[in-house]
Write a protein that binds this ligand. Structure first.
Ligand SMILES: [Zn+2]
Length: 336
């Protein structure tokens, strides 16, 4: 029997219908073909630095000059941005709701390797990459016009990647999406009514159930939420209340790198490199609610299911895989 499940963090419903779908390995790609390690025409590969806009941040262990080879992580403005800053304040929208898409759109090139994505990078390199994301988050959050910062990775064509060289994107916008506004409001109302964080309630429930937790360490917990939107969805949540990513302590980065590497490696090896999106959900830059009410978190959304008209019409996703089976897959246990 399909069932409705409510996600207390997002205030959204899903329909869990595992009888419609399969087990985790049924979603494996037929081929696991890998990219070459270097592609001479790729603008993100070393030697092609002039093919991108000038870098705004880089880790250069050899002290090499900007926009030359020798970097470990490199951040550049997106050559074809969907948000752009023209030096002026945002203008009010016209009667049709149109206004300039103001903001900043940057690319974080994860490593010089064209083929080594997050699951295949050494943890030290993942730490450098996460450190660059944090650095740019804090820089962009200081820009006067920025209201919200999205950080995400589109891995594979099915996830929206146009360039295959592994990279994150950062989009700093001058508006906050209605969906995030709604989620923040929901979390604040919960905190006011109950005196504790909805995230604490959520984590407590999952720890008690114990079936959907994947990995934990001193700073983070990872799990497949009971109301997963899609097969193999994962949340990685800090243990302490931090509304915005900028509050992340540098010392916690290795713990985050460890969890991300293990989960993404399992996904990659188990299903032959499926496409996925990795998204940071973080509070608006000017969030002024209680610090305990909201918490940034990571959502990993494998592109192994298909959504259709029902999802478009209702915003209620149908998930064909039990989150308990998904968690077993990530833990490397036999599936139910
Ligand atoms: Zn490349």
């Amino acid at each position: 029997m399909p069932e409705y499940r409510y996600n207390v963090i997002t205030n959204r419903w899903v329909i869990l219908a595992p009888q419609r779908g399969g087990r985790p390995h049924d979603f494996a790609r037929p081929d696991g073909e890998r990219c070459p390690d270097y592609v001479s025409q790729c603008p993100f590969c070393p030697g092609n630095e002039k093919e991108t806009p000038p870098e705004v941040f880089a880790v250069r262990p050899d002290q090499s000059g900007p926009d030359t080879p020798g970097w470990s992580v490199r951040v550049v403005p997106n050559k074809f941005p969907f948000l752009k800053f023209d030096g002026h304040s945002p203008t009010s929208q016209d009667i049709a709701g149109a206004q300039k898409a103001m903001g900043f759109h940057e690319v974080v090139i994860e490593s010089p390797s064209h083929s080594n994505d997050l699951p295949h990078l050494e943890q030290k390199q993942i730490c450098l990459c996460l450190g660059a994301l944090l650095e740019r988050y804090n820089h962009l959050a200081g820009r006067e016009t920025v209201k919200h910062i999205s950080l995400f990775c589109n891995h594979g064509r099915m996830a929206g990647a146009s360039l295959l060289h592994p990279h994150f994107q950062i989009a700093a916008s001058t508006i906050v999406s209605p969906r995030l506004d709604g989620q923040i409001e929901h979390c604040r109302e919960y905190f006011t009514a109950n005196g504790h964080s909805v995230f604490d309630k959520f984590i407590e429930g999952e720890l008690k159930a114990a079936k959907r937790v994947i990995l934990q360490n001193d700073n983070f917990i990872s799990l497949c939420p009971a109301a997963s939107m899609c097969p193999l969805e994962v949340y990685v949540i800090p243990r302490v209340s931090q509304p915005e990513l900028g509050a992340l302590n540098d010392k916690a980065i290795p713990d985050l790198a460890d969890i991300l590497q293990k989960i993404l490696r399992r996904l990659d090896e188990g299903l032959n490199g499926p496409a996925y999106n990795l998204v940071f959900h973080t509070a608006p830059v000017d969030y002024d609610g209680p610090r305990e009410a909201f918490r940034w978190y990571i959502q990993i959304y494998p592109r192994v299911g298909v959504s259709g008209g029902f999802e478009l019409a209702t915003d209620i996703y149908i998930n064909s895989m039990a989150p308990t089976s998904a968690a077993q897959f990530y833990r490397g246990e036999n599936e139910e």
